[in-house]
Every structure is written in C-alpha cells, then in structure tokens.
Ligand binder design. Sequence first.
Ligand SMILES: Nc1ncnc2c1ncn2[C@@H]1O[C@H](COP(=O)(O)OP(=O)(O)OP(=O)(O)O)[C@@H](O)[C@H]1O
Ligand SMILES: [Mg+2]
Length: 210
Amino acid sequence: MSEGKFITVEGTEGVGKSTNIAFIQKEIEKRGIELVVTREPGGTPLSEEIREILLQKRNESVDATAELLLVFAARAQHLNTVILPALAAGKWVLCDRFTDATYAYQGGGRGLSLETIEQLEILVQKGRHPDITLLLDIDVETGLRRASARAELDRFESEHLEFFERVRNAYKQRVASRPDKFIVVDAAQTLVEVQKTIENALKPFLDRQG
Ligand SMILES: Nc1ncnc2c1ncn2[C@@H]1O[C@H](COP(=O)(O)OP(=O)(O)OP(=O)(O)O)[C@@H](O)[C@H]1O
Ligand SMILES: [Mg+2]
C-alpha cells in the first residue's frame, strides 16, 4: 500500500484556515480518498491539553523557549500517534497548521532563532515534512477583524499588530526558501474566489495522486 499524502494549511489568525479546510476535505473525499482531518497544536487528547495550556491567557509571562518546547511536545505526540500511522495506512492527512506555524509564530513572532527551531524539527520529525502546504495570506488587520468577530481572543490573538506582521513575514520567508512546497492564496478575496483559487491550485496535485 502506498503512503498517504500529508497536506497542511497555514496562515495568520482569522485568515480562513478552518473554513477552507472543510472545503479541501470535500475536494479530497470526492475522489474516494480516505482522509484524517486534524490540527496543531492538538489532534490527540494529550496534545489538545497542551493546546489549552498554550492558548490560555495568564498573568505569568510565558517564556518563548518554554512555549516552543510545548509546541513540539504536542507535535511529537500528534505526529507519532496520529499522523504517521494514518499515512502508513494509506490515508491522507489534512492538518490545520504544522511546523511552518512554529517558524512563523515562535520564530518570526517571538524572535527565536530559526536554527533552534530547526534542531527541534529534526529531533521530532526525523526528516518528515508535509507534501504540500497551503498558505492563506491576508493583511493582519483584516484577519484579526474576522477572528475577533467570531469569538473572544486567545493568548496569541491578543498579541499586537507588529507581532502578526512579523508572523506574516516569517511565513513569506518560508515560502521564499521552498517555493515548490507552497501554494499561496490571497485570502482577502471573497470566500467564493478563495475557494476557486484553492480548487485550481490543488487540482494538479490531487489529479497526480488520484
Ligand atoms: N474569504 C473570506 N471572506 C470573508 N470572510 C471570511 C473569508 N474566509 C473566512 N471568513 C470568515 O472569517 C472568520 C474566520 O475564518 P476561520 O475561522 O476559517 O479562520 P481561521 O484561519 O481558521 O482562524 P483561526 O486562526 O482563529 O483558527 C469566519 O467567521 C469565516 O466565516
Ligand atoms: Mg481555525
């Protein structure tokens, strides 16, 4: 049996990741492919608990390295108990955020060095990376407006605009360093336009596998 494909969706707050994951799920499943939809941080009971710890607003300031280690602890559990077994069984995995988000948030946002993140990436992932990543890109104010219209802001969403500008720029640097791994979509378009763009961009990838 051939291994499944590993697809991740990235972008800053409120850019439309969850909305479009539901759309991509339909595109994949209508081709008869078995799919696991999951998210980071999270995706297992332990990793979801770590997610809550990460997102909770608290009086104590959170050390950036502590935050980074929590993210990768959640990822190790998720990768080894959910993602890798699914891929090995021939299923596809569609994940809301993955390590590109760590480079963006803990690297760009918090200012941790890319080398430090890379060391943990090697330790935890052992060379395993997504096959393709969809980056939804939007100006941070529009994204935050969409996110805040939806629910109360969490610890990350409560950061200031410059933080999200750094996150967005770090995502763009990830794309620049590996353009063949990314599909970048302008998420400021209407939802219909965004989904048309995603459909067209993913079609060659999906048809190649189908
Ligand atoms: N292209 C679009 N145009 C207008 N509104 C949109 C568009 N895409 C998504 N939205 C709306 O923006 C809000 C945020 O979308 P969604 O929850 O999918 O974003 P997200 O990236 O998953 O956010 P988060 O980072 O908080 O998980 C939702 O209310 C959604 O309906
Ligand atoms: Mg979401």
